[in-house]
Design a protein around this ligand. Structure first.
Ligand SMILES: Nc1ncnc2c1ncn2[C@@H]1O[C@H](COP(=O)(O)OP(=O)(O)OP(=O)(O)O)[C@@H](O)[C@H]1O
Length: 248
């Protein structure tokens, strides 16, 4: 584990990172009020990694996730995904990047209520470059039998698993999850984590999960502790826990 000034989120090893984030700052200005949401972030992310982001409310976790996912741009600094310059891309470039490479899972599932589970997933497959079969994506989250159900006919955990199927059907290179179990009870949360872990292992997407639940950190290859817009500590795990081992 490293901490304080020694922190290195840029690992020295022989693998080349897929993401290189350097000196990233993000400032929000609303009228007279200025908020420094990110305050100098350096980070490398590697193929197939599972990372968990921990930090107090307002520490900058979602801002960092949004910037990695091309939902927002930094105020200064650089962010490179393979040969994509995400800090300087225009809206069309970011849209294309998101469509081709990024899967998002949020705390609230954002499914389209008038579409069935299968239709919600197929909608994304239709515009993806190398999609899976939508039914296979539902199978992956254990819900192919519920393909014709509408979101209102599914439990919260089932809706979240549909949202995960929707995120992974395009076979993203990075899967970004903001409090994916925040609205779920213990056993349903563990089911959802199980799906995320399987997707990470089977599809190989870099998986980044924001949570307030410190127990989930045991699933990660690396845990990034964020405080006041900076990465202040990194834990590196030699082995990853499986969700059935987690207790909270
Ligand atoms: N669009 C915005 N306009 C102005 N301020 C913002 C905006 N988005 C975020 N902020 C501010 O930036 C800071 C970091 O917010 P962020 O959402 O990244 O934190 P977080 O660590 O994800 O918090 P939480 O755990 O509560 O979701 C906060 O002070 C927040 O109020």
């Amino acid at each position: 584990m490293t901490s304080g000034n020694e922190v290195s989120s840029v690992m020295s090893n022989d693998r080349s990172p897929l993401f290189r984030v350097r000196s990233v700052y993000k400032t929000y200005r609303t009228g007279e009020v200025v908020v420094q949401a990110l305050n100098g972030v350096d980070l490398d992310l590697y193929d197939r990694e599972f990372v968990v982001l921990l930090g107090a409310s307002g520490s900058g976790k979602s801002t960092l996730l949004h910037i990695l996912g091309g939902l927002d741009r930094p105020t200064s600094g650089t962010i490179q995904y393979r040969d994509h310059d995400l800090a300087n891309a225009d809206e069309a470039g970011l849209t294309l990047y998101r469509r081709e490479h990024v899967g998002f899972v949020f705390q609230f599932y954002n499914l389209i209520p008038s579409l069935t589970a299968l239709e919600n997933v197929a909608l994304v497959a239709d515009i993806a470059e190398h999609p899976m079969n939508p039914l296979d994506a539902l199978e992956m989250v254990g819900l192919s039998a519920r393909k014709d159900h509408f979101p209102a006919q599914l439990s919260g955990g089932e809706q979240q698993r549909i949202a995960i199927a929707r995120a992974v059907v395009k076979q993203p290179d990075i899967l970004l999850c903001d409090e994916p179990t925040g609205a779920l009870d213990y056993s349903t949360g563990r089911l959802v984590l199980d799906v995320l872990q399987r997707v990470n292992t089977e599809q190989g997407a870099i998986t980044a999960v924001i949570t307030h639940n410190t127990a989930i950190a045991a699933m990660a290859d690396r845990v990034l502790h964020i405080s006041s817009g900076r990465i202040t500590e990194i834990e590196q795990h030699a082995t990853r826990a499986v969700p059935s081992e987690l207790r909270w």
